[in-house]
Design a protein around this ligand. Structure first.
Ligand code: PRP
Length: 265
């Protein structure tokens, strides 16, 4: 199956889920802007009904600008300043897609002419950047959701085991946010995402969306399997991990490329 073109059934399933989750209308063009990757990664998700009152699933966001920016991002000759800009743009495009089901409530606004009804967010939104590389995605998402709270998690992958090591977590003890957006450009084995999801579940967050620029099939399957309620929004899912657990073809190490800490020796 061409993964960039969901089958009629897949598009219909997407349409049904999004409509059920948001109570909004949904046209076929919009349905084509995301691919329900569940068809490709786990048959169970493709047929699973929406859980609770929001949908779950894996969405590889299809957009010509995403394809072009991602190509520049992959290029080994792209400089750190340009790499940061590209991550910024891709995070904006991902966040646009990932926030389509946020809840709003009516609010009266006074224009220079009359009073009229508008909308304001009715949920507490938390951005959870995974240090370090996730730092590169905060500003563009905050630009879209200025009222969002930012709660950092520090994780790095042990070079030998590829397992995540947690070194920072300072979530507040009180009431959790309503929706958490995990920001991390890369989802490789899925270990870091699973660790972050576990932390957010322990905090009591009900709805979690992972925003990653690039992911591996293996990592996506693992996250789907361990956290079937989570949503994953990704620009592209690559087929392989190499023996060092790097995504292939991938883009290298996003953290090092964002912060210009590549070891040139
Ligand atoms: C990278 C990346 C993710 C993680 C993905 O971080 O930003 O956090 O690895 O790998 P996984 O899915 O196999 O867990 P890294 O360990 O390189 O830390 P950094 O962001 O500080 O560079």
């Amino acid at each position: 199956m061409d993964r960039n073109r969901p089958s009629a059934d897949g598009a219909a399933a997407t349409k049904a889920r999004v409509s059920a989750a948001t109570n909004t209308t949904w046209d076929e063009d919009e349905a084509m802007s995301v691919t329900l990757m569940a068809e490709r990664t786990a048959a169970k998700s493709a047929v699973a009904p929406a859980t609770g009152d929001f949908m779950s699933g894996v969405f590889e966001v299809q957009h010509p600008l995403i394809a072009c920016h991602l190509t520049r991002l992959r290029d080994k000759n792209t400089s750190s300043p340009e790499f940061r800009q590209l991550v910024n743009r891709l995070a904006t495009l991902l966040a646009y897609e990932a926030t389509k089901d946020l809840r709003v409530e009516p609010v009266i606004v006074e224009t220079p002419l009359v009073k009229t009804e508008g909308r304001q967010l009715s949920q507490r939104i938390g951005l959870i950047p995974i240090l370090r590389a996730g730092l590169g995605m905060i500003d563009p998402v905050l630009e879209l959701i200025p009222s969002a709270e930012v709660w950092h998690l520090g994780l790095y992958r042990d070079e030998e085991t590829a397992k995540p090591i947690k070194y920072y977590s300072k979530l507040p003890p009180g009431r959790p946010v309503d929706v958490a957006l995990i920001l991390d450009p890369m989802l490789a084995t899925g270990g870091s995402a699973v660790d972050a999801l576990t932390t957010l579940r322990d905090w009591g967050v009900r709805q979690v969306k992972i925003l990653s620029v690039i992911a591996s099939e293996e990592g996506v399957k693992r996250v789907e399997c361990e956290f079937p309620d989570a949503q994953i929004y990704v620009c592209q899912i690559d087929p392989d991990l190499n023996d060092r657990k790097f995504i292939v073809p991938g883009l290298g190490d996003a953290g090092d490329r964002i912060f210009n800490t590549i070891d040139h020796d």
